[in-house]
Design a protein around this ligand. Sequence first.
Ligand code: FPP
Length: 280
Amino acid sequence: MEGWDAVQSEAEQRLQELLRQCGRLPRHVAIIMDGNGRWALERGLPRVEGHRQGIQSVREVVTVAVCLGIPYVTLYAFSMENWRRPQAEIQALMRLLQYYLWRELPELQRRNIRLRAIGKLTALPRRVQQALRRAVEATAANTGLTLTLALSYSGRWDILRAVQLIAIDVRRGKLSPEDITEERFASYLLTHDLPEPDLIIRTSGEMRLSNFLLWESAYAEIYVSNLYWPDFRRHAFYQALLDYLRRERRFGMTAEQQVQRCLAESLWVQLEELLHEVES
Ligand code: FPP
């Protein structure tokens, strides 16, 4: 079913309840939405149709994140490298972006979602900038999920930008080189008010970060799905979350140093069964 209000089965509601209870969900999920073009081409459709179908995947992932209380989701919607695409595709993507920023605003409000954007936003067409500004301002006071769109974004560009800003502050005497710690450095990035991503999801099977959140992803778990983004719907998202829960995050420590917080075996059985039911 298209749209925001897909009916949730009892199994899905129970799955969500268990996931919320386990207390170990990621705080910040960042997603590289890849494979829209291939999804469309394999169906003999124009590439833009893949992007359009990808919007429904965005709705489903965001809906699940809201239901689970995941506070931050960041979507890589347009990279700085994407400006090299054929003009016709760029224009179609920008039109789509502008259209959905207007159309989905009431739904963002209804779900208490705060929209933000990171990237070189001044490179976007003026009408997209306007739609973005309107949506960001209108949702600024919302207190639920923070949904960040990475647009005209490049991780290296943001790091270089931070270095330039730091150099300016050093030159002005506002900062001394000895005070440039990791925390101080991160405070100059566009992501300064987001927690680091715990989970990065990439679709379409590619094993690359593609210049996404390079500094911020130092300790992120990476999950690669073979599905194209338009096929990455709620079930696939639950699967990624279960995979994340199975992993042991050590942050450089030994397993013994870590407080063991393994989920009980019985819980796993329930989670897997419910996931299977959601699928069928
Ligand atoms: C990658 O697929 C996807 C993009 C470059 C754009 C993603 C945009 C959307 C899903 C729609 C807009 C999003 C929002 C949040 C309103 P690709 O074209 O690189 O696919 P390919 O690798 O198969 O060519």
